[in-house]
Design a protein around this ligand. Structure first.
Ligand code: MN
Length: 232
């Protein structure tokens, strides 16, 4: 893929947008009113607490964010790495480049180095891979949609997701980052998913865990080859 990383590219992750976590909408409105200026945004996945093109209930409750993303994508380069909460979404975002889990990491050359960008839920285990295949299966999702009388299944999913505590810090980030690096041969590894918002540097590699927008109210800007955090 011949994608180019733009100056001041923004990396934003794990907003888990729902009625309680409205940071993503605030962030996108700041881009819309130009209080944040950027030419390129990497949405690192789990931007919504749940979204798939098959589920009308979640499309409906997320409509304001979907609309603003589609508006922004006409003038800003937006790359959306699907997460484990948001998948089968390309049809909802005609002007956004959506990278499915099976096509991640997205490898881009950057200053003669390779940058690997992914949501971060890869290299888990075989059972998880099977689970991912089933929940992304269109027939399975359509069947769920048929069984979803009065949105009762969707509402239950929504309620359970909202109850979950997703803002947990991993005690030894260094050790964790070292393990993540073992899965990659590239120089710069950028992931979301883990909600840590930290960077780990070795002498020849860089591991970047993009902060969760809803937990930390932060995102990263790639400025002068450094990932700098910005507060929402
Ligand atoms: Mn995730």
């Amino acid at each position: 893929m011949s994608l180019k990383i733009q100056t001041n590219a923004i990396f934003v992750a794990d907003a888990h947008y729902n009625d309680k976590n409205i940071e993503l909408l605030i962030f996108l409105r700041q881009i819309e009113d130009k209080s944040i200026i950027t030419k390129q945004i990497f949405l690192m996945g789990d931007m919504f607490d749940f979204l798939s093109a098959e589920n009308k209930y979640f499309i409906n409750i997320n409509k304001s964010v979907i609309d603003i993303l589609n508006k922004l994508s006409k003038t800003i380069d937006i790359i959306y790495l699907e997460g484990n909460h948001d998948f089968n979404i390309q049809n909802l975002f005609p002007n956004i480049l959506v990278i499915k889990r099976q096509d991640q990491p997205l490898n881009i050359s950057f200053n003669n180095k390779i940058m690997s960008i992914s949501h971060g839920d890869k290299f888990e285990n075989f059972i998880y891979d099977i689970f991912c295949m089933i929940i992304r299966n269109r027939f399975f999702l359509k069947l769920l949609e048929i069984l979803d009388f009065n949105n009762s299944i969707s509402k239950k999913i929504s309620y359970n997701l909202m109850k979950k505590n997703i803002c947990v810090k991993i005690p030894n980030f260094q050790e964790f980052a070292k393990k993540r690096l073992l899965h990659y041969s590239s120089d710069i590894i950028v992931e979301g998913h883990f909600h840590q918002g930290q960077v780990y540097k070795t002498k020849d590699k860089l591991y970047v865990n993009v902060p969760s927008l809803c937990c930390d109210k932060k995102y990263f800007v790639l400025h002068n080859n450094e990932f700098k955090e910005e507060l929402l």
